[in-house]
Structures are given as C-alpha cells and as structure tokens.
Design a protein around this ligand. Structure first.
Ligand code: SP5
Ligand code: ZN
Length: 341
C-alpha cells in the first residue's frame, strides 16, 4: 500500500488548547505522525510526497471565504500586532447568529471556528494544505488503479465542515478524498468514520447528497465531543435523506459492542453498493487514549481492517485522531495490515 505523507505537517506545532478551563499543549501533536510514519515503514509500505494539487481543489468541498480565512488568518493576526497561537473567544452561538463576517481578526476567527481547542499557528495553513494534498493524492492513486492507499494526514480533518473548523481540524481531508473519487468517475462513494469522535464536518459537507454515503461510529455526543451532532436520528436531508447514518455508543464501549456496531455499519455500507470507500481512520477508540473512553486493544485493529476489506471496493484510508502517541503507529498499521490480509 502506498502512503502519502508530507513533512510539512510539523509546521502545525506550538499551539495550546482550552481543556477543562486551562490552556494546555495540544493533544494533537507532531510526534503522532512520526510514530505512524515509523510503523508504516516498518511493515514495508512505500511513503511518497503528495502531488501539488492547486488551492482550487479545496473549493470542491469548502467555502472560498473560509479557505481564504485559513490561508491568511495568522498573517492578519500578526498584522494586528499579535504573536503566537490564535484561539477564538467568542462565537456566533444561537442568539447571536446573523451570518455577518466581522472584519477584525478575533470576530472573524470566532465566526469560522466552533471551539477553543483548535489553535492556528504560523505554519498551520501550510500543514493543513499539505494534509489535504495527501488525501487527494491517495484518492488519485486509487483512481489510477491501486486497490487501496493511505493518507497520513496531520492535522486531521473530519470535524472541518464546508465553512467551519474545530476539533483539531481545518480542511476536511476525507471529504476531499471522497469528492475527488466522485470527480474521477466513481459514481457512488461511501465514507466510514471510525474515529472516536463524530465526523460532524464530513456529515455537514455531504448532508444533502445521495451520491456520497456518510456512516459514523463514535462516542455518544450526549457526553463526548463534539456534543451537538452525531445522534442516531441525524440521517441527512433533501436528496441526502437516508444517506447519513450515525452509530453513537456509550463511554466504556468494548470490542464486543463495537464489533456489533461495525457489523450494522457494514450492512448499511453494503446496501449502498459503493464503487469506492473512504475510511476516516481515527484510532482514539484505543483503551490507552488520553481523551477518549472506548476499550479497544491493539489486537482489535487488524480485525477492524479485515472487516473493512469485506466490502471489496477500492479504499482510501485517511488519518484522523488518536492521541496515545506511543501506540498510535502500531494501531494504524494494524488496521492497514488487517485490511491487506
Ligand atoms: C480529530 C479528533 O480526534 N478530534 C478530537 C477533538 C477533541 N477535542 C476536545 C476533546 C474534549 C475531551 N474531553 C476530555 C475528557 C478527558 N477525560
Ligand atoms: Zn477523534
């Protein structure tokens, strides 16, 4: 399996996130990618740099003003005389919503962000754009005939919507891969999101579409991030009604319970008869994860990969979360090796 990876990911570093009322170093840190890279090299995968997809590629799933904000946010921050990482402190919540985009950097940031745990630093744009290119490149390899490919993306993407960022995500790498497969002729594309957190961004992007099925298995938003989306009754709208499916599970979920939900998700995927599959591969379902509470063990990840292979369609894996850094590589490589059989 080929792996798309860019060293530019390391430019997204040095920010802090608001966690339990305090600013702490980000759980989503560069060393995550280093561990994954080592693990995929150890099992013999070929690592390549992404192709130079242009900025316009991003506009297939993202709003132009949003992309322009991300590209220039830190410049605007510095032009306002500030330095270091940027975090928003005010948001257009329910009573304040009138869809005006403030010109000042703080209001602008709050307009596009949905949490205070996703700092922008000077190198964030470069890293996020490189990650998006990794996802597009992996999708392109599959369009060219590879049966599977892995995009080692960092920062992750599944929380980023059409015009919002949050949850450590800026550009939606998995959605870009899915859209690229559509654009390259795969008529029906399914996205399966196995990250511990609901993929609200991917859901947002494909909410009204019937050509891209979105299925997510995650910790229940009643208690888990992102809190406001990911409930079982969210099933898409308009032409997309029935083409979004959510499987929320309680804290403490074990492999037995997870495996049953995965079976139900696989049935939905099989019923769609996809021409290609994108897997939003977060391994924060791991028992050792510092911010999550499922109980999957390292030996369960190859079993997950094996199950996904059962769909027998070209598959693009896109890296999402996973914060138990020392085990992240083994767990990711486990899924990929299990898939290859
Ligand atoms: C891509 C991805 O996995 N993003 C996750 C973003 C989660 N951010 C906020 C997490 C809040 C976690 N609450 C911690 C409880 C610790 N026991
Ligand atoms: Zn996650």
């Amino acid at each position: 399996m080929k792996v798309a990876h860019s060293p530019l990911h390391a430019r997204h570093d040095g920010g802090k996130e608001l966690h339990r009322g305090e600013l702490v170093p980000c759980f989503e840190m560069p060393v995550r990618a280093d561990y994954i890279l080592k693990a995929v090299e150890r099992v013999g995968f070929e690592v390549r740099e992404p192709r130079p997809f242009p900025l316009e590629s991003l506009l297939r799933v993202h709003d132009a003003g949003f992309v322009e904000f991300l590209r220039t946010a830190h410049e605007q921050w510095r032009a306002a005389g500030k330095e270091g990482f940027m975090l928003p402190s005010g948001f257009p919540a329910r009573a304040l919503r009138r869809d005006h985009i403030p010109s000042g950097i703080n209001g602008r940031m709050g307009y596009y962000a949905f949490d205070a745990s996703t700092p922008i630093v000077e190198g964030t744009w470069e890293a996020a754009f490189a990650a998006a290119r990794c996802a597009l490149t992996a999708a392109e390899w599959v369009a060219e005939g590879d049966k599977s490919a892995y995009a080692l993306c960092r920062p992750p993407g599944h929380h980023a919507g059409h015009s919002v960022y949050g949850g450590y995500c800026f550009l939606n790498n998995a959605a870009l891969a899915a859209q690229h497969l559509r654009d390259r002729g795969f008529a029906r594309v399914a996205v399966l999101d196995v990250d511990y957190h609901h993929g609200n961004g991917t859901q947002d992007i494909f909410w009204e579409r019937s050509d891209v099925l979105f299925v997510s298995i995650h910790g229940t938003p009643e208690t888990e991030y992102p809190y406001f989306l990911g409930y079982a009754d969210e099933r898409g709208a308009g032409a997309g009604e029935g083409y979004t499916r959510n499987f929320p599970l309680p804290r403490g979920t074990t492999w037995a319970e997870y495996s049953a939900a995965l079976g139900a998700a696989m049935d939905v995927l099989g019923g769609f008869s996809p021409d290609a599959l994108v897997v939003s591969l977060g391994v924060d379902t791991y028992e050792g994860d510092p911010i999550s509470s499922f109980k999957l063990s390292t030996h369960h990840y190859p079993l997950m990969g094996q199950r996904l292979a059962g769909l027998k369609v070209p598959t693009v894996f896109v890296q999402e979360g996973g914060y138990a850094v020392e085990d992240i590589g083994t767990n990711v490589a486990g899924v990929l090796e299990g898939f290859l059989g």
